[in-house]
Design a protein around this ligand. Structure first.
Ligand SMILES: [Zn+2]
Length: 457
């Protein structure tokens, strides 16, 4: 097998950012060496001043396939991922039909994904009100973990769980040793707030924000931490929005509880104060909160209470965003960002003094660890998949529809100038995105821990 060398001045390795050559044989990284140690007769790709980052891993994506391909789909989601520097996605178990709550449903997802993905993928299993007996079978079939909702997710085919139903599911989750990802909002505080807003103006963002108070998240996180203490399962809080939970999450970690936390680019970039009335493209749940809250989330990243940043890429047909009515009550909640998450995060990070190493920790290493693929994904090191992003950290670009690449090119970020351009993305040694093009076949495949890549002999 021929050896290739990928050379740049700024290669982001676990040891730091340095001039280096990534030597790739077949699909894997053979070694990361000093540029003057590249062997002769090796095909050299020199990216000069650009940075090379490991392929990003997004452990929170709604691909909506099979069953709701008119919302998104494997082709378009993985195309947007490749253009955004991601080489591995983990799909959420809802929005697809059937929802991924049984082995049969998981098999239909595998059948749907086959031959249609530009990057590698895996799929979380769902924990719903009545599938306790499917949990261990799903683990055996290869899901890397589970997702549940403590509040109605607002979509057919996937139910929330009550504390009592969770207590029936948790012994099974514990036996799998896999993480349970939790949408942490409890209905009580939200119902109470929403009832008080019956006559409010739902064209106003402030109304929507009031309807999903911090307390809903706080109460849910307290419940999950106490269940974590009682059962000892691996708890992961998805899309943390309220910074008010950070002290308790930090204390839980100090206590030794196996808890991890993610937040998303929209909570770190958009601000309640600047979301216009009727601007339903910025609706998501939990909601985008204040500027002060946003800065505290950044502090949570700085001190390590928040482990990772994932997109929660959650597109829908544009009509569901109710753009003409601008009604925050009826609009679908969800923000799609796979193709722009890296520049969004870099734009916000670098002005706060963070480096490319921090981005890699939050957007590659952390999600890879959660999704059980950290032995092969998320790092530029010997033995890892040759997944990487060629990134120009100094160039700027304007977000246009042409640069989004997912099915419905609506976005709250259109027209923004962002810093950092993804020049190319490589999946297992081959380019899957390069300067606006998607070379080659759809070569992405399911990541499974127990199987060797099919093409390896
Ligand atoms: Zn989500």
């Amino acid at each position: 097998m021929s050896l290739q060398a990928f050379v740049a001045r700024r290669v982001v390795t676990p040891e730091g950012v340095r001039p280096a050559a990534i030597l790739v044989e077949g699909e894997r990284i053979q070694a990361v060496v000093s540029p003057d140690l590249v062997p002769h007769h090796c095909k050299v790709h020199d990216f000069g001043e650009a940075a090379i980052l490991p392929g990003l891993v997004d452990s929170h994506v709604h691909i909506n396939d099979p069953g709701r391909e008119e919302w998104e789909g494997f082709e378009t989601a993985t195309q947007a991922a490749a253009a955004g520097g991601y080489t591995m996605l983990v799909d959420m178990p809802l929005n697809c039909l059937p929802a991924t709550t049984s082995v049969a449903a998981f098999q239909s997802k595998r059948a749907a994904a086959d031959g249609r993905c530009r990057v590698d993928w895996a799929a979380w299993g769902g924990v719903v009100h009545d599938n306790q007996n499917d949990i261990e079978a799903l683990a055996g079939a290869g899901v890397p973990g589970f997702k549940c909702f403590l509040i109605n997710p607002g979509i057919d085919g996937f139910t929330m769980v009550t504390e009592q139903q969770l207590r029936m599911a948790l012994p099974h989750v514990v036996r799998t040793g896999l993480p349970l990802l939790v949408h942490a909002e409890l209905p009580g505080a939200i119902d109470h707030a929403t009832n008080a807003l019956a006559n409010a103006d739902w064209n106003r963002y402030a109304t929507y924000l009031q309807s999903r108070p911090d307390e809903a998240e706080l109460e849910a996180i307290r419940l999950m931490l106490s269940l974590c203490r009682e059962y000892g399962f691996r708890l992961h809080i998805v899309h943390l929005s309220t910074s008010r939970a950070l002290p308790e999450l930090c204390a839980a970690r100090a206590e030794g509880l196996p808890v991890s936390v993610e937040t998303c680019p929209h909570y770190l970039h958009l601000l309640a104060e600047t979301i216009s009335d009727r601007a339903t493209l910025s609706k998501c749940a939990p909601p985008i909160r204040s500027r002060e809250n946003c800065e505290k989330l950044w502090q949570g990243l700085r001190d390590g209470t928040i482990d990772m940043v994932v997109t929660d890429h959650s597109p829908c047909p544009p009509a569901m965003k109710r753009l003409t009515e601008g009604n925050f009550q009826t609009a679908w909640g969800g923000i799609a960002s796979l193709s722009v998450a890296l520049p969004l995060m870099w734009t916000e990070s670098r002005r706060r003094g963070f480096t490319l190493l921090d981005l890699v920790r939050w957007m590659a290493e952390g999600p890879a660890r959660l999704a059980g693929c950290s032995a092969r994904k998320g790092r530029l090191a010997a033995g890892y998949d040759a997944d990487f992003v060629i990134f120009d950290p100094e160039s700027e670009f304007v977000v246009t529809k042409e640069k989004l690449y997912y099915r419905h090119t609506v976005s709250p970020y259109l027209g923004e100038t962002l810093c950092g351009v993804v020049k190319a993305t490589y999946l297992r040694g081959n380019p899957v995105y390069s300067e606006g093009e998607f070379p080659g076949e759809a070569a992405g495949r399911e990541f499974t821990k127990n199987t060797r890549p099919r093409s390896m002999s």
